[in-house]
Design a protein around this ligand. Structure first.
Ligand code: SAM
Length: 181
């Protein structure tokens, strides 16, 4: 485990939310789910474990990544000069992100440990985004047994798969807005 990751884990425990970067296998599984969408927005890119897999299957101009921690965002910017890297909270980025066509939002956000106010704002922005962007999806992983966060009845969580070759094992979920009748 890189020392810099462990240091940030101790310093920003509630927003980092993981003991180690995502495994290459988890990153590939997420990227495969996202690659059919017209645009991809990655939330909580951290040290870039998932960004790397996404950048291999998604054209650079269709991929935007968001990270809350300034130093991590700066490192991502220098590592991926062809990508749009935004140093921002996920909810602000979502509120300002509009694209024509379907969007896969790939999230590493640690909903189980985020401070409650930040969790509330982020969930509200995600739900509003999915409502306003037909055909879009949230691809989220979690280390818990239940849905990453509860959503209203007009949204549907689908459990996709467990990835055991990750520390800790992670379960991938997809959230979509059910079509209006
Ligand atoms: C579990 S780490 C995942 C890092 C990386 N994507 C990976 O899979 O290894 C979560 C990341 O989300 C970032 N984060 C947490 N809350 C955030 C928020 N509200 N907006 C944007 N990024 C956030 C943290 O700074 C951290 O880098």
């Amino acid at each position: 485990m890189p020392h810099s990751f462990l240091y940030r884990k101790l310093k920003d425990a509630r927003t980092t939310g993981a003991l180690a970067p995502s495994s290459a296998r988890l990153a590939r599984e997420l990227a495969n789910l996202a690659k059919g969408s017209e645009h991809v927005l990655e939330l909580g890119a951290g040290t870039g474990a998932i960004t790397q897999a996404l950048s291999q299957v998604v054209n650079g101009e269709k991929l935007e990544v968001v990270e809350l921690q300034k130093k991590l965002a700066a490192t991502l910017k220098s590592r991926y000069p062809n990508l749009k890297v935004v140093h921002s909270s996920a909810h602000s980025a979502l509120d300002n992100y509009r694209r024509c066509g379907s969007v896969a939002v790939v999230s590493s956000l640690p909903f189980r440990s985020l401070p409650p106010a930040m969790k509330h704002l982020t969930v509200q922005s995600l739900l509003a985004f999915l409502k306003s962007s037909p055909g879009s999806q949230l691809i989220q992983y979690t280390y818990g047994l239940s849905v990453p966060f509860s959503a209203p009845a007009d949204f549907k969580w689908q459990q996709v798969k467990w990835v055991l070759t990750n520390f800790p094992p992670a379960c991938i979920w997809v959230l979509t807005k059910t079509p209006d009748r």
